[in-house]
Design a protein around this ligand. Structure first.
Ligand SMILES: NC(=O)c1ccc[n+]([C@@H]2O[C@H](COP(=O)([O-])OP(=O)(O)OC[C@H]3O[C@@H](n4cnc5c(N)ncnc54)[C@H](OP(=O)(O)O)[C@@H]3O)[C@@H](O)[C@H]2O)c1
Length: 328
């Protein structure tokens, strides 16, 4: 797989374009700040009227406009608001107003992969997906680093979509560490799978299950918290720095022997079968169908799951430990 760096991009290209960032949340704000610090001058934020983010964007020195006005102004419209909202906003506010030959940019392939948006034939359509949260994108940029991004071109109507995507990724800081080419489908499916099967679905559930097991057996919630949650950051840092095999050098023989006894009793053949089922649900569109149905109903499932997480005793243990110790 080829990896692209700053030298492979034309940093000047993105600076010649008028960029509208739609959304000023997790990705919108960090991306806007990184682009501006990389020399993009014609940069505006688009938000719906009454948006809570408008004040913050103005305080950061950006002009704020509505999505339909932004579409009529910009050369590049970047879709940095919730995936499940994107099709409606595109249909009602962007498609009728986008300038001929403009570019539509995404940070996630969902709306294109599942054909929720079928872009006008004259548009360029590309993806630059930073592999990490917006906070990290900004923090690494400020340290003269960056986050690795994936990029893809869905439609190159003008002949410059690919160069523009690489120039955009470089301006986010990804050119400093590496930008990898993918497709909208690969980025989207792998991301949706990982969110459920590894990162946001499995890891918190594993932490809850470990914590609950210890507390049910009479251990103090504070000790259970330290064992099952605090150390997750330490192992994540170790795995990131050294890889899974080498990380074992940094743990005791006892811990390593524990891994050998416990690991495949938790991640069993059934777990792997379930992972394949999750991947099938991602690929056949049933996950996206459920996501959109929940959004259209006002997010009952998402709200209920937030309430369950907030009420879990691990949160009280976290608060008590913060009061009792000096660890942030
Ligand atoms: N979260 C991440 O770090 C991350 C990482 C990689 C890729 N991505 C992708 O980046 C995109 C944005 O995700 P996100 O987590 O950054 O979203 P987010 O923080 O939830 O987006 C919130 C922002 O979008 C605005 N917004 C909501 N509905 C809107 C509408 N109808 N029109 C215009 N603006 C609207 C909100 O304004 P209001 O005040 O009006 O609600 C707010 O400014 C998604 O495609 C996501 O998959 C995210």
């Amino acid at each position: 797989m080829r990896v692209y760096f700053e030298a492979d991009a034309d940093p000047g290209l993105i600076r010649t374009r008028k960029i509208a960032i739609l959304g000023y949340g997790n990705q919108g704000r960090p991306q806007a700040l990184n682009l501006r610090d990389s020399g993009v001058e014609e940069l505006r934020i688009a938000l719906r009227p009454g948006s809570a983010g408008a004040e913050r964007a103005r305080a950061d020195g950006f002009d704020v406009m509505t999505p339909d006005a932004a579409a009529g102004w910009a050369d590049v419209v970047v879709m940095l608001f919730p995936d499940e909202e994107q099709a409606r906003v595109y249909r009602e506010e962007l498609a009728p107003n986008l300038r001929p030959g403009a570019a539509l940019a995404f940070a996630h392939g969902l709306a294109i992969r599942f054909a929720l948006i079928e872009p006008r034939p004259d548009l360029d359509v590309f993806l630059v997906a930073p592999k990490g949260p917006g906070t990290a994108l900004r923090e690494e940029y400020l340290k003269d680093g960056g986050l690795i991004s994936l990029f893809a071109v869905h439609k190159d109507s003008t002949g410059s979509a690919r160069a523009l995507a690489l120039s955009y990724a470089a301006a986010l800081g990804s050119g400093r560490v590496g930008t990898l080419e993918t497709s909208f489908a690969e980025e989207c499916e792998a991301d949706l799978f990982n969110e459920q099967a590894v990162l946001w679905g499995a890891i918190p559930e594993l932490i809850h299950a470990g914590f609950d097991t210890l507390v049910e057996a009479g251990f103090s919630p504070e000790v259970a918290y330290l064992e099952c949650l605090t150390e997750v950051k330490l192992i994540a840092d170790l795995i990131h720095a050294r890889g899974i095999a080498d990380m074992r050098e940094a743990i005791s023989n006892t811990a390593e022997f524990g891994a050998l006894k416990g690991g495949d009793r938790i991640i069993t053949a059934d777990t792997r079968t379930e992972m394949r089922r999750i991947l099938r649900e991602v690929r056949n569109g049933s996950f996206v169908k459920d996501l959109i149905a929940d959004a259209e109903a006002g997010y009952p499932l998402l709200k209920a799951s937030r309430a369950v997480a907030a009420a879990h005793p691990i949160e009280a243990a976290r608060a008590r430990l913060r009061d009792l110790t000096k660890q942030p």
